[in-house]
Design a protein around this ligand. Sequence first.
Ligand SMILES: [Zn+2]
Length: 211
Amino acid sequence: MALVAGCPRCPSPVTEWERTWACGEHGPVAPLWRPQEASYDEFTRHLGRTPSFPTYLPWPLGPGWRVADFALVGAAPDEATATLTCASGTSALDGEVEVVVVAEEPGVGLGSRVAGTTASDPGGEIGQGPPVVRVRIGHQSVPLWTVSTSADDDRFDRSVVAGEAYGRWLWIVLRPASAILLLRDDWILKDVSGLGPPLVELPFGGDRPTW
Ligand SMILES: [Zn+2]
């Protein structure tokens, strides 16, 4: 199924003119590509479009967990500026849980859209005081700080942490908010770009998060 380009920062449709995309609200943007449905075929297509940009998943996925959503931002395969995945499943304490991971270049705004914050980058809380958690990516231990969302709305339905990994912003948005307790210091995010055959083992589907 052909993908429809969207705006990374809002749900508005974008217009295209000679491979330049524009949002009525945000002006010229690099287009967001998000499949209608998460599937193995769409995911291999996604990875083919982002050969040199990481796509992170919690690793390994817990029993019964699946890849429910993914997206990328960029006009061409070598121009990716952001990727997103959502893994969903159940935990004993929280019931249905969603874990959205966004890696992005500064200023893209996809992470803040998913997090529900107004500034396009994580902001001044990053690096202030001790990190709330560290996740492991490859050999790197990545410190993450809480990004408070209460100034932007009072739903308290999610927890947001963010930090910097390999020169890009890394956001993790968890629903419900209490699922933050699932994040432990031995949590691993794996860059699955270029992973190849093991992808076949991944379960896909389930409800896509709203963002
Ligand atoms: Zn927009």
